[in-house]
Design a protein around this ligand. Structure first.
Ligand code: ZN
Length: 333
């Protein structure tokens, strides 16, 4: 009996030692594996550039961190249409270009496109709306909506102003000018004022000899002037060639006596070049059109002083509504 008890005790001890040994091994393995995964993690983090986040105010935290929404029509950028870039308030990553911003009337800044890869889209927990966040830092931006038909891209990124910081383009000084004449200047300006990269347009008279000409004088053919449009553009957004192509496509460059029913010397098709590069560009484009069979009547003249027309002629269609009676766009290149 005693012998049996001793044997039993000895057996139990052996079992206990084996058990302890096994548990010990397991723990060591666990620790080892934990340790190694920690090493992997920290080495991955070290490889990435450490993200420097800007400190946020309570209001900013409410939206950017806690996914709140600022009240409509209260944000700083709802009606901002200056040229520039909207960057993330928290990490400075560029999110949207001003080119994709549009007026939606919803009370928050609206964009129909993001800078490629800058914005992450995630379906909300309720499965209805799609949240947009900064792809770099995860900061909350707002929501994205599709199918509203507001722009060609049919997309509206509805973004809280407070989630972003607007950086105006410094390239404001680097603007360039071009002068085109292609019939009634109202119609020419109509097609240029909303073209990509155009900063401003102005209609006026040029090519003649009379100083400070009036519309009446130009119509009476006593000034030598032609109805023309001066366009100021941003060369980083468009090029002289792009604008010249637009010019050749919105009027009929083969009509030699005016444009449409507007007949007379003040309605001729003329490009007034400001430098030799512009001249060479027009010669090249006229050559391309001639190869396609167009008998181009457009004249090429060195630019002289441009006299702005009376105020009521400026942005004529924008002010009064309607569309040009003798200009429409035809693809020619
Ligand atoms: Zn960010």
């Amino acid at each position: 009996m005693q012998k049996n008890s001793i044997t039993y005790l000895a057996q139990s001890r052996v079992l206990l030692v084996v058990l302890l040994f096994l548990v010990g091994c397991y723990n060591t393995q666990c620790q080892n594996s934990n340790h190694s995964s920690e090493i992997t993690k920290s080495s991955t983090i070290k490889k990435e550039t450490p993200m420097k986040l800007n400190s946020l105010t309570k209001e900013e935290q409410y939206v950017i961190i806690n996914k709140g929404t600022e009240r409509p029509f209260t944000g700083e950028y709802t009606d901002n249409f200056k040229k520039g870039t909207y960057i993330c308030k928290q990490c400075n990553a560029p999110l949207y270009k001003s080119d994709s911003k549009f007026h939606s009337g919803c009370g928050w800044p609206s964009f129909d496109d993001e800078i490629k890869g800058a914005v992450k889209k995630t379906l909300d927990a309720d499965g209805h709306r799609t949240e947009i966040t900064c792809a770099t830092c995860g900061g909350h931006l707002g929501h994205v909506f599709y199918g509203e038909g507001l722009t060609d891209k049919d997309t509206r990124h509805c973004v809280n102003s407070i989630s972003m910081l607007f950086v105006e383009d410094a390239a404001k000084t680097s603007s360039a000018k071009a002068i085109f004449a292609g019939g009634c200047f109202w119609g020419v300006e109509y097609y240029f004022q909303n073209a990509k990269g155009v900063i401003s347009t102005k209609v006026g008279y040029t090519g003649g000899f009379k100083e400070n000409p009036t519309y009446k004088e130009v119509c009476s053919h006593s000034t030598g002037h032609i109805e023309a449009m001066e366009v100021t553009y941003d060369p980083s957004q468009t090029s002289y060639e792009e604008l010249a192509k637009l010019f050749f496509e919105i009027h009929d460059p083969t009509q030699a006596n005016g444009q449409g029913n507007d007949i007379g010397p003040q309605y001729l098709s003329v490009v007034f070049y400001l430098d030799d590069t512009q001249k060479a560009t027009i010669e090249k484009l006229i050559g391309q059109l001639q190869l396609k069979g167009y008998k181009v009547a457009t004249q090429l003249k060195k630019a002289t002083k441009f006299w702005p027309a009376e105020e009521y002629h400026q942005q004529y269609y924008e002010k009064g509504g309607g569309t040009p009676y003798c200009h429409h766009r035809v693809s020619r290149f």
